[in-house]
Write a protein of this length. Structure first.
Length: 346
């Protein structure tokens, strides 16, 4: 670790203050289709050619491309005809729509929804509540009513969550050996990407996605084909409706949306429904016990303030919630990736 004498504080402050510029450059290049065009072209292109294909100004595109080169999202080759741009490997894998690991949809959700809410971060800190009403003129009393305020917004959110599980799902599902559990309910499973990873990793299992009726409808129409017979659906509101008895429940990025009382209420219902010997798998981004990091999780917690009623928690805090609901043996596994796993047994 560097000593304080080694740190260039002015440079650090500049980097931090430019963080929103960096994200907007990446979001904009995704939205305009820069990375998709370069992948489809199969060869490097000039800024003039890219601007013409995308219907944008040459001056604007050239500056955007050069900024992407600086961020290592694009590479440039100087030729006699001028600069030619191509994708880097990371852009081909994560920023093009056609890639199996594409993060395009979560980028668009962050750019068009999260980014607008974060304009009111100071208000969120002062008031301690979601800022959907200021950002979109919609009551934030029901966080998911606000998030799912239109079919388009719901589809965008679900596609974004699927993007995340395409790169993180296997890590959290492999954190513990879940093969003994063959009947699994994914509460709030949305578009089904985590369920798909689960049945791929544990082929003897069946996963039922329990979600709101309109979410289930979109999942069936857009994300999960009828041929995926190991994935089923259950329409309902798991806070207000009954939860069927099965061996394992997955709550992925669910508890962080809610305050402690709401979490205890849900976990108590899950415990009551759970078969003896069964359990619940929590998939969340864990804070260090002293809350000193990781910085990504700290930022996620700020986002929970801006968008939901919840927060990110430490492993001890999640364990305490599980114990309050009645779960006994609790195991924690940090994956070293974006999300971690906590397993509670009945």
């Amino acid at each position: 670790m560097s000593s304080t004498e080694d740190l260039d504080y002015p440079q650090i402050i500049v980097q931090y203050s430019n963080g929103f510029l960096i994200s907007k450059v990446m979001f904009t290049a995704c939205e305009l289709g820069v990375f998709d065009l370069l992948l489809e072209s199969g060869k490097p292109l000039s800024s003039d050619a890219i601007a013409a294909c995308l219907g944008a100004s040459t001056m604007g595109i050239e500056r955007l491309l050069d900024a992407c080169v600086g961020l290592k999202l694009l590479a440039v080759e100087m030729t006699q005809e001028g600069a030619l741009y191509r994708n880097t490997e990371i852009s081909n894998i994560y920023l093009t729509k056609s890639s199996p690991k594409s993060q395009y949809h979560i980028m668009m959700y962050c750019s068009n929804t999260v980014y607008l809410c974060w304009q009111y971060l100071a208000d969120a800190v002062r008031e301690g509540r979601s800022q959907y009403e200021r950002a979109f003129g919609i009551s934030s009393k029901d966080p998911f009513g606000a998030m799912y305020r239109s079919d388009e917004e719901m589809l965008k959110f679900m596609a974004g969550q699927n993007s995340i599980w395409s790169i993180c799902g296997r890590d959290v599902l492999a954190a513990f050996d879940l093969s003994p559990f063959t009947q699994i309910y994914d509460l709030g499973g949305g578009g089904g990407a985590l369920a798909r990873e689960c049945v791929s990793l544990y082929p003897n299992s069946t996963v039922t996605i329990y979600d709101l009726p309109k979410v289930v409808q979109v999942a069936k129409e857009q994300f999960v084909s009828p041929e995926e017979r190991q994935i089923a659906f259950h329409e309902g509101d798991f806070f207000n409706d009954s939860i069927p008895e099965v061996e394992l429940y997955i709550l992925s990025k669910i508890l962080h949306d809610w305050d402690d009382d709401k979490c205890k209420q849900l976990l108590a219902k899950v415990y009551k429904a759970c078969k003896p010997g069964g359990g619940v798998l929590l998939v969340e981004s864990l804070l260090n016990e002293d809350k000193s990091g990781p910085v990504e999780t700290q930022l996620y917690s700020m986002n929970m303030l801006v968008q939901t009623e919840g927060k990110e928690r430490t492993a001890a805090e999640y364990s305490k919630l599980l114990e309050a609901a009645g779960f006994g043996v609790i195991q924690v596994k940090k994956t070293g990736k974006l999300y971690d796993a906590v397993l509670g047994r009945k």
